[in-house]
Design a protein around this ligand. Structure first.
Ligand code: ZN
Ligand code: CU
Length: 504
């Protein structure tokens, strides 16, 4: 008898084909059968889905969950969205390599918060993370900022040949142990001090594995197009698949530029280069506030569109716009910025900045190689950016159902099979017999994000059931009741185009 039978579903198999009706049987962690002729037998557990859509579990191609696997192994904010796998280690910050002598959490500005343990490499990190019984799967990138700060500290200079080799060895070791690629965050310290040549050299360590180069580009605003050129050059020279993270045109004067930027990508694709992208469906970004300001010349324009997410120095600022904080305290807005950033732990402040045009989100989502990545920062204190809880249901509810920017089967493809293929997730991302049973059951008529900037820690509506490696991990078959996280703990640590960690 099979473990689980989900009867009466509309299967969206991840290929962008239209939905078809079936019963899906799950056994031993995998999809055992897709039955379309009504001959399904019985199972230990049977669920009648009442015609809801069954899709492969969503793949969050852009996460910062390296530390969350330790601090929040239940990964509730991802699971309740239907996410069954995340790609971590983005924007150049990764849990590995780690040096027990150095504080990589501090070096990442808190992006890696939550990490514990004595690991130094990917195998060590994976073993430590698995002990926490994670709710969902993870695959890692190895980050440039992390590697560079380990070898050069915060020095603003070129690496010597020997230092560059050391950095490359770290990247190569991660690849050997199953990382899916090398990531950069070239607006952040210390990555911003590197020249293109350095990045090419390090990205080329992914080539023997045919793995990826992913990037938070050097500039997403005034110099967006130059940054895209640099990215494409790096991909070409290193001869690796290149993936642009959270593609956007930041700042009102730059709105609309994503069209030109995508045209450059299309040109590269036409010339045979492998390029993909991801986007989050919100008009605000979020990150470590200190990275966006020069204290010598505080930008008023930027300050005016900022809202504080979490602020260890002034907890009462959380959830408020800087304009409002400055008005209440009767200080100039640039003074408010200075006050926050120069306070003790001010550098750990996470802000939300409203810098993106709504129309650009739609332009992005309409591109055929555009995946979805939340870019959520899993700091649950304060009021995090709602993308942490809402990204995938928001694409399905707002951009597919309400605005018709793309069709449902195509949206599912971009959240599942395209991502699995790109990030080397073996036997995942499609509903196919023999594939791992990572599945999400949802109601296409009601699925929507519920997380807002005021109430960001709110689970979405319309997600009915999430299965991770064959076990029910989240359940909300009755829409009138809150969802239940089952703590099944069946997530795996994945390796690029290979078996999962520990499953040789
Ligand atoms: Zn980024
Ligand atoms: Cu990021």
């Amino acid at each position: 008898m099979t473990d689980l039978l989900i009867r009466n579903v509309a299967v969206l198999d991840g290929s962008a084909a239209p939905a078809f009706n079936a019963d899906v049987a799950i056994d031993g962690g995998r999809i055992a059968a897709i039955i379309t002729d009504g001959t399904s037998g019985s199972a230990d557990r049977e669920i009648d889905a009442g015609g809801a859509c069954l899709a492969p579990g969503f793949i969050d191609t852009h996460s910062h969950d390296d530390g969350a696997f330790f601090r929040h192994p239940g990964m509730e904010f991802k699971l309740a969205q239907g996410v069954t796998t995340v790609v971590a280690g983005n924007c150049g910050f990764s849990a590995i390599p780690a040096d027990p002598e150095q504080d990589s959490v501090a070096a990442s500005g808190g992006i890696l918060a939550g990490l514990e343990g004595e690991f130094t490499d990917l195998a060590g990190y994976y073993a430590a993370a698995l002990k926490r019984k994670p709710a969902i799967n993870n695959i890692m990138l190895v980050g440039h900022n992390t590697v560079r700060s380990q070898v050069l500290g915060m020095e603003q200079r070129k690496p010597s040949a020997q230092e560059l080799k050391k950095m490359r060895d770290h990247v190569a070791l991660a690849m050997e142990q199953g990382a899916c690629g090398f990531s950069t965050g070239l607006i952040y310290r210390p990555g911003r001090w590197s020249e293109t040549e350095e990045v090419i050299e390090l990205a080329s360590a992914a080539k023997p594995y045919d793995a990826l180069y992913t990037t938070h580009m050097r500039n997403e605003g005034d110099k967006l197009l130059e940054a895209v050129d640099e990215t494409l050059t790096i991909g070409r020279e290193a001869d690796v698949h290149t993936h642009i993270s959270h593609h956007k045109a930041a700042g009102q004067p730059n709105w609309g530029k994503v069209k030109e930027s995508l045209a450059k990508v299309d040109e590269a694709l036409a010339a045979g280069q492998r390029v993909t992208l991801d986007v989050y469906p919100y008009t605000a970004g979020s990150g470590r506030m200190i990275e966006y300001f020069n204290l010598e010349r505080i930008s008023r324009d930027l300050a005016e569109v900022i809202r504080i997410a979490s602020c260890p120095a002034f907890r009462d600022y959380e959830g408020r716009m800087l304009t409002e904080i400055a008005a209440t305290e009767e200080i100039d807005i640039t003074e408010a910025v200075r006050k926050i950033l120069t306070a003790p732990h001010g550098d750990r402040t996470i802000c939300i900045h409203f810098i993106i045009d709504e129309a650009d989100i739609e332009t992005n989502l309409a591109h055929k190689d555009m995946m979805v990545g939340s870019d959520g920062i899993p700091d649950l204190r304060g009021r995090p950016h709602p993308r942490l809880f809402g990204t995938f249901p928001r694409v399905l509810g707002r951009y597919v159902r309400e605005r018709g920017v793309l069709q449902l089967p195509e949206a599912i493809r971009r959240m599942t099979s395209l991502s699995a293929e790109t990030f080397g997730l073996t036997e995942r991302g499609q509903i196919r017999e023999g594939y791992w049973a990572d599945l999400v059951l949802f109601d296409p008529a009601t699925v929507i994000d519920m997380a807002t900037y005021d109430e960001p820690k709110t689970e979405p509506a319309g997600i009915r059931l999430v299965v991770v490696n064959g076990e029910v991990a989240f359940e909300r078959m009755d829409a009138n009741k809150p969802g239940v996280h089952t703590a099944a703990g069946t997530g795996k640590m994945l390796r690029y185009r290979r078996t999962a960690f520990g499953e040789d």
